[in-house]
Design a protein around this ligand. Structure first.
Ligand SMILES: *[C@@H]1O[C@H](CO)[C@@H](O)[C@H](O)[C@H]1NC(C)=O
Ligand SMILES: *[C@@H]1O[C@H](CO)[C@@H](O)[C@H](O)[C@H]1NC(C)=O
Ligand SMILES: *[C@@H]1O[C@H](CO)[C@@H](O)[C@H](O)[C@H]1NC(C)=O
Length: 287
């Protein structure tokens, strides 16, 4: 926090870690305000005022990711988080998304404690309206610990295109059916959901098993891999070992992940092509 060199290096090493995990495309999210120590009110983590603004944080992360992409030959994009308890940062976040859209920032997110404002604060709402207006992609953490109503609001009010976690959507079957019908994408994080207590620690009862059964649109992701000392392998191997996931399902969900990514269409096609090629599916899908 507040350390230019560290911020850039963490972004760079993040790409290195993902490349080593066999990832070819990744979207990473963070709150620029949490890493800054000026032009952010209040200054987080009880820091003294310094000279690193959220804007410069985004610039540094972009640089780190770009250098990582070149060094490790994979593609990395970023998503900037608004924080639920800081509605007055949100306009700033969407402006940063707009400013840096050609430098690797692909979307806006809303993260943090869902219990704080189930009714999205006007600050978040305005930021998401601006995002819709300007064609900035949108995802929202919802239904991880908060009730299904938070998911409903994320989709209907904030116009989220993807739902972060979304497990508790299952508590509102009407909403769940609606989201299935509109192919809403759920960003599922198995290891995280156990460690945070969001889901039953018994993986055989995990909501993603229902998502799979219903052929929902979802991805498997890490969440805070540094804090949880985890990697994407652990999420996949857990799904395999405890939830009966097969190679076929991994392919299906990886393809849905790629289809639901926030890259521009041409780059998305290219990513999908690489997956189809790797999975030996080129014939059936090219036309
Ligand atoms: C933003 O919100 C925080 C938390 O409620 C508050 O402490 C701060 O003074 C606000 N800043 C501005 C500029 O309104
Ligand atoms: C998931 O969403 C993507 C992007 O909208 C879409 O292309 C894909 O068909 C969806 N998959 C399912 C299973 O609904
Ligand atoms: C983190 O995980 C790795 C690989 O599983 C393990 O070797 C290492 O000891 C772990 N580190 C900590 C601090 O738990």
């Amino acid at each position: 926090v507040g350390d230019r060199e560290a911020i850039k290096r963490i972004a760079y090493e993040f790409v290195e870690d993902k490349a080593k995990e066999g990832v070819i495309y990744v979207e990473v999210r963070y709150s620029p305000h949490f890493l800054a120590n000026t032009k952010v009110d209040p200054i987080p983590w009880e820091q003294a005022e310094g000279d690193l603004s959220p804007d410069e944080v985004v610039h540094l992360v972009n640089e780190g990711l770009r250098e990582g992409e070149r060094a490790f030959n994979i593609k990395a994009r970023s998503i900037l988080c608004c924080m639920r308890h800081m509605p007055n940062w949100s306009m700033d976040v969407v402006e940063l998304c707009k400013k840096y859209r050609h430098e690797g920032v692909v979307a806006i997110d809303l993260a943090g404690d869902e219990s704080l404002n189930c009714e999205a604060n006007p600050g978040h709402r305005r930021a998401y309206e601006e995002a819709v207006c300007c064609g900035v992609h949108r995802t929202v953490h919802a239904g991880e610990v908060g009730p299904a109503s938070v998911v409903k609001e994320a989709v209907e009010v904030l116009k989220a295109e993807r739902v972060g976690h979304g497990y508790r959507t299952l508590e509102d079957q009407d909403l769940y059916k609606e989201l299935l019908a509109q192919n809403m994408h759920f960003e599922v994080c198995p290891i995280s959901s156990k460690l945070t207590g969001a889901c039953d620690p018994d993986f055989t009862k995990h909501p993603v098993i229902t998502f799979r059964k219903d052929k929902a649109n979802y991805s498997l992701n890490t969440d805070d891999p540094l804090i949880f000392n985890s990697s994407i392998h652990l999420d996949y191997s857990t799904a395999h070992k405890y939830m009966g996931f097969t190679e076929e399902e991994f392919k299906r969900l990886n393809i849905n992940s790629a289809k639901s990514c926030f890259l521009p269409d041409d780059e998305k096609e290219e990513l999908l092509h690489r997956l189809y090629e790797a999975y030996g599916m080129l014939q059936s899908t090219a036309f």
